[in-house]
Design a protein around this ligand. Structure first.
Ligand code: NAP
Length: 264
């Protein structure tokens, strides 16, 4: 019997998740259907209840509901507890929540882009839902230094305080060099440039923007500083694969899906 999954968020219309999960299901011969739920900002619980009542088995959760999803759960994984945000819900006897963003990012960096994170000096820009989801995984991958910078400094400080090995900074006072700079802000969506001090982005920096599908101000900044630019499409596919594994117990291959999304 076909089992139902969906992505809930607002907005979700342009999401690539249905395409990605449909490809995974075809490749692994899983009988699933994956749809989109565009919920009103105050309508998360109601929409989830309706989906469960109709037999839904699991959800991916995106902006702005990852923290609502964390509160909705009866049980969460360690990585979701560390993030205090959930992007994967599983409806078993109890509601289980997980967060696959962190492992999605580190798999893209290490398996797809060939980085060795251990020992790297890393800067994370942004302390919203996406930033919260990846700090634990970066530290677990043993980066040597992890600085979190955010427009609202207090949020970066609060996030860094939850993890041993992370520190917080304002953008203006950042002191490089960094081997890896990750843009986990939504500034790219409005094409705002975040001014970074000289030396933060250099010839040996991988500049990773979690935003995908557009040439952001951050990617342009990276190119003009001689850094290696990279978008977040690989993270999107990798976090989806991990969610698929959490739901179905089967790990789909990611390379063919990523290649086809890149038009290869
Ligand atoms: P969010 O919870 O709304 O947080 C937004 C973050 O961006 C905050 O840190 C905010 O700073 C910062 N910000 C927004 N506009 C800014 C500006 N003009 N200048 C400086 N900082 C600014 O959003 P999110 O869930 O973290 O998502 C962030 C981005 O990551 C989105 O583009 C999303 O699509 C992307 N993402 C990608 C993947 C993937 O798989 N590739 C996964 C998750 C998220 P303040 O705290 O000061 O407001």
């Amino acid at each position: 019997m076909t089992e139902r999954y969906a992505l809930i968020g607002h907005p979700v219309a342009h999401s690539k998740s249905p395409l990605i999960h449909t490809r995974f299901a075809e490749a692994t011969r899983q009988d699933i259907e994956y749809s989109l739920i565009d919920a009103q900002p105050d309508g998360f619980e109601q929409a989830v209840h309706a989906f469960r009542a109709a037999g839904g088995r699991g959800l991916n959760v995106t902006v702005p509901f990852k923290e609502d999803a964390f509160r909705y759960c009866e049980e969460v994984s360690e990585r979701a507890r560390a993030a205090q945000a959930v992007n994967t819900l599983v409806f078993r006897e109890r509601v289980f929540g997980d967060n696959t963003d962190g492992v999605g990012l580190t798999r893209d960096l290490e398996a797809n882009l060939g980085l060795r994170l251990a020992g790297m000096r890393a800067l994370l820009m942004g302390a919203g839902g996406a930033g919260q989801g990846v700090v634990g995984a970066l530290l677990e991958a043993k980066v040597a230094r992890l600085v979190i910078a955010n427009r609202t400094l207090g949020r970066a400080q609060a996030l860094a305080a939850r993890f041993t090995g992370a520190s917080a900074s304002a953008y203006e006072t950042l002191a490089g060099p960094f081997d890896l700079v990750i843009n986990a802000t939504s500034a790219g969506l409005s094409d705002d440039e975040i001014a970074l001090p000289a030396g933060v982005l250099g010839n040996d920096t991988l500049a990773y923007d979690m935003t995908y599908g557009r040439d952001t101000a951050f990617l342009r900044q990276a190119r003009s500083s001689g850094a290696r630019p990279c978008d977040g499409l690989g993270m999107l596919v990798e976090q989806a694969a991990e969610s698929f594994f959490v739901w179905r117990g089967v790990r789909p291959g990611t390379a063919p899906v990523l290649a086809s999304l890149r038009g290869g």
